[in-house]
Design a protein around this ligand. Sequence first.
Ligand code: DX5
Ligand code: ZN
Length: 224
Amino acid sequence: MKHLIAPSLLAADWSKLPEEIELVNQSEADWFHLDVMDGRFVPNITFGMFVIEHLKKIASKPLDVHLMIVEPEKYIETFRNAGADVITVHYEACPHLHRTIQQIKATGAKAGVALNPHTPVSMLEDVIEDIDLVLLMSVNPGFGGQKFIYRTIPRVKQLKDMIAVHNTATLIEIDGGLGMQNIQSCLQAGADVIVAGSSIFGAADPMSTIKRMKRIGSEFPKLT
Ligand code: DX5
Ligand code: ZN
């Protein structure tokens, strides 16, 4: 499968949000990545379902909603009704993860589970067959524009092996500190979805940056 690019609106210029959304609509990007933060699970606050409901009206691509909140099970249906197509909860925020995954799937949304950089990939062994996506954090969640943690690369490989053993179609999404300098390594390791915030919206030409990100191959560069 060709990899997907999910621009994170966190890094967009919110004073001209409709234009930023239209840019992504017109681009080769695949999903909108939306970072919901509650100031409790992470030390930052962003936006919630009310904003997503409005974004849904002008976004023409699937909404990939990354919930960095405590007790996400309280809000799953509301986020789905607001327009979320993929709903990802954090492993670290879900004492009854299996139940929460079933709750997401019951709404008709794709179910994702995110892991913080310190959480072993093996923690997902018993739910990997139930989920559509694993989001590996490659920075500590809470802020855009942080430095990529390179230890993520072997974690992607480990997860890819787990998915192969279980023979599931689970997607691997990487989130945090991604740009032209490290996307290829992530793809080679087995990533399917690349989230990028500042490297897209901070670029001089976001549209062509997305295009270049889509063109990156997972093969090793050929020697000439
Ligand atoms: C961080 C968020 C990321 C963030 C990525 O907690 O989950 O989605 O927006 O931003 P960049 O690409 O700037 O690291
Ligand atoms: Zn995110």
